[in-house]
Design a protein around this ligand. Structure first.
Ligand code: TXA
Ligand code: MG
Length: 339
């Protein structure tokens, strides 16, 4: 088999940049999740992303830049408040929805007048984008609907034989996608939660930005209307309960489902694993005291459940404040049901 995963040596980063320049796809590490990149100014290269992922064409892509010049290639009329936020949070896990320049092909923005832009902080991503010499459009490097990849191995599971190269950059530090904000209106609004929380943005804005996923019945960030992050078996998520009530409910449900002949998987924090010993498969995901650790392992943990080891998966609720909001958002969209 041809080699697919490459350590991020100067030579392999150069090769990857050449592939991007010639209209190919390359998967690369970022601090949030791995991205599947193409030259954002080449419509045909961008088409390959949609084909490889099986992504609906009405779901726009994030354009990744390594410097202000590349930002100005794709966006115009950048508001002062956006510049302030960029100064504080770039490079990093914050994506800005801005007015698009005509140079950006319509498939990148799904025909819309705005473009989403982010400067990632992972050094391999920055080097790759800089050397490619063009802004790089990149969604998460997973098949549409599946959990996002936080290691190069996850990318290979989904794209082996379909793309020429994956740059390895270790485990993704955040493990959840960037916060997406719309800065084209009067007030900044959060379209997707991530590691940059409303309170962190408030320090710059002077007000607490709202998390707005729908307006007048319309979904603001098109990606949010699709089922996402789904493990390969159905998942039931526990709702908001006192911790001891949640543990009792979940443990009881393990038994009830097993009596029906189902093999039951459980996703829980380290501190709670002993309560679910009866489960057929337990995957421990981070610690109760540290929501960021749960976020980091979430997608990798979801990928560990399969028809081989269980028929149904029960996931603990880990709160919904601050960083945990992004986790709760992803879990609710991965789940078939909340109990
Ligand atoms: O952390 C991340 O953002 C990762 C890494 C690779 O950078 N990328 C990522 O891309 O998560 P993707 O394609 O999986 O998610 C992009 C999200 C989608 O929900 C999409 O609908 C939204 O951003 N989006 C893109 N352009 C938009 C626009 N012009 N207006 C509103 N939402 C937009
Ligand atoms: Mg995605």
């Amino acid at each position: 088999m041809n080699k697919l995963i490459f350590p991020p040596t100067p030579k392999s980063i150069r090769d990857a940049a050449k592939l991007i320049g010639s209209g190919s796809l390359v998967a690369f590490p970022t601090e949030t999740v791995y991205g599947l990149g193409a030259n954002a100014l080449n419509a045909r290269a961008v088409d390959k992303i949609f084909q490889a992922k099986g992504r609906p064409s009405d779901n726009p892509l994030i354009v990744h830049v390594a410097n202000v010049e590349q930002l100005q290639m794709v966006a115009k009329n950048i508001p002062a408040v956006a510049k302030l936020l960029m100064k504080k949070f770039w490079p990093g896990p914050l994506t800005f929805v801005l007015q698009k320049k005509a140079t950006v092909p319509t498939n990148v923005t799904a025909g819309g007048t705005t473009v989403a832009v982010r400067m990632p902080s992972h050094p391999v991503a920055l080097k790759l984008i800089r050397q490619s010499g063009c802004p790089v459009a990149a969604p998460s490097a997973n098949l549409s609907g599946k959990p996002s990849p936080t290691t190069s191995k996850h990318v290979a599971e989904d794209f082996s034989g379909k793309i020429p190269m994956i740059l390895d950059g270790g485990n993704a530090r955040h493990g959840l996608e960037s916060t997406v904000i719309d800065v084209t209106g009067k007030r900044v609004e959060i379209l997707r939660s991530g590691a940059i929380t409303p309170h962190m943005l408030q320090d710059v804005l002077g007000y607490l930005p709202e998390i707005v996923q729908k307006k007048k019945g319309q979904i603001r960030s098109p990606g949010l209307k699709y089922q996402h992050y789904a493990p390969s078996v159905p998942m039931i998520l526990m709702g908001s309960h006192e911790t001891h009530v949640m543990i009792m409910k979940l443990a009881k449900m393990v038994q009830t489902l097993q009596k029906k002949g189902l093999r039951v998987g459980v996703l829980c924090v380290r501190e709670h694993q002993s309560y679910y010993r009866a489960a057929n498969k337990i995957v421990v995901c981070g610690s109760r005291k540290n929501p960021a650790s749960f976020g980091r392992s979430l997608y990798g943990s979801l990928r560990k459940f399969s028809q081989k080891n269980c028929d149904i998966l029960l996931a603990e609720h880990v709160g919904s404040d601050g960083v945990a909001h992004a986790i709760y958002d992803r879990l609710t969209r991965a789940a078939e049901e909340i109990m």
